[in-house]
Design a protein around this ligand. Structure first.
Ligand SMILES: Nc1ncnc2c1ncn2[C@@H]1O[C@H](COP(=O)(O)OP(=O)(O)O)[C@@H](O)[C@H]1O
Ligand SMILES: [Mg+2]
Length: 360
């Protein structure tokens, strides 16, 4: 069944690795956990096990940061993953939930329209009208289900939820209980229950977390990749995985294009060329690793279906320009300047310069 699914959950896709780790894991597991904190960290960062079997890295970044995140989950505090868009907050949250609870699907998506019911519980109105309030008429939220089973609940984009809805989390996180006054009962969280929330740095100020709620969280900030090599490695790895799911032919070539996209994004992001000599203006978009991944994936689809299968400058030029020029006026000026002063001067980038002139 999973084979035809476009995007299997982490616990499905990596079921073999999780089983393998569980087998090798002799360290103590916190109550309700499928694995020890050590094994959860190994699942995220990858390793070769003593018997030679391999665990693939999911997150590429500082080990300490993952250790702090995992250790937090073993305490009574919740975890808040903070960072600019595209720094793998959602990705890390899914894999942590998969490794700790074996279930990454207990998820509430935060939006301006998220209601209290989607955080607490709602009602099946047909049953409510027919029978009055009853256990059967109650529709538990993913959070309530996580409390009942002692699992990790995920909240995406916490700061996009209205403040009063955010604040319904305070009782849940501090008292570990969810009262149901209509039934005169409550749901007490089982051991293993915790919350992983994500929020964007750039969103700050939208619905700032109240200080009461912030105190219930340990915050871990996910950084942008430290070096170009690291970023190239992340993009290459993810592009390969996504290509396999989409059944694009193997693209072992294309590393040069990946390096070029990463170089351009990093230079524009930091406002300086790689050699530090030329100052640049930064465009309004984030130009994150995640965007580099999608530019390359789109390029691969173009090369596969309309080209000769080899990823070339022309296949990525459109995607790059699209990612850089978000604001049609100011970003276009910045891009043109970069194109004429930086790209044009790099002799080995001739093909790319020409391709960009054609799309911009
Ligand atoms: N440091 C990293 N390690 C591994 N993958 C990364 C890293 N940074 C970004 N990615 C990739 O970027 C993609 C988007 O990440 P996502 O979790 O949606 O970002 P966010 O939620 O922070 O906006 C994911 O496919 C992820 O694999
Ligand atoms: Mg996200």
């Amino acid at each position: 069944m999973t084979e035809a699914v476009l995007r299997p959950h982490a616990e499905q896709q990596y079921a073999d690795e999780l089983a393998l780790l569980s087998e090798h894991d002799e360290r103590p597991r916190p109550p309700g956990w499928r694995l020890s904190p050590w094994a959860v960290t190994t699942y995220l960062l990858g390793a070769t096990l003593p018997d030679g079997s391999r665990i693939s890295p999911k997150y590429v970044g500082p080990r300490r940061l993952v250790e702090v995140a995992v250790a937090t989950l073993a305490t009574d505090r919740a975890l808040l993953l903070l960072g600019v868009p595209g720094t793998a907050k959602t990705w890390v949250s899914e894999h942590l939930a998969a490794a700790v609870s074996g279930d990454s699907t207990l998820l509430v998506q935060g939006t301006a329209g998220t209601s209290e019911e989607s955080v607490r519980y709602g009602w099946n109105y047909a049953r409510l009208l027919a029978e009055g309030p009853s256990e059967q008429a109650l529709v538990p939220s993913p959070l309530m289900r996580a409390m009942r089973t002692g699992a990790v609940a995920r909240i995406e984009e916490l700061t996009r939820m209205p403040s009063d809805v955010q604040d319904t989390l305070i009782t849940i996180l501090s008292e570990k209980t969810l009262p149901v006054p209509e039934l005169g009962t409550e749901v007490q969280a089982r051991k293993g229950f915790t919350v992983i929330a994500t929020a964007n740095d750039r969103d700050r100020g939208v619905n700032e977390l109240s200080s009461a709620l912030r105190r219930r969280f340990n915050t871990v900030v996910l950084p942008l990749p430290a070096t170009a090599d690291e970023e190239v490695d992340i993009v290459a790895r993810r592009v390969q995985q996504i290509g396999t799911t989409l059944e694009l032919p193997d693209a072992t070539a294309g590393l040069d294009e990946i390096r070029r996209v990463v170089t351009i994004f990093r230079e524009l992001r930091s406002g300086r060329t790689g050699d530090g000599r030329t100052k640049l203006k930064s465009p309004s978009g984030t130009l994150s690793t995640a965007e580099a991944i999608s530019v390359i994936t789109n390029g691969r689809a173009l090369a596969t279906h309309f080209g000769d299968g080899v990823l070339r400058a022309a296949d990525v030029a459109g995607g790059i320009v699209g990612a850089v020029v978000q604001d049609p006026v100011s970003d276009r000026v910045i891009w043109q300047e970069y194109l004429e002063t930086v790209v044009r001067e790099r002799t080995e980038w001739r093909d790319f310069y020409r391709a960009c002139r054609e799309v911009s």
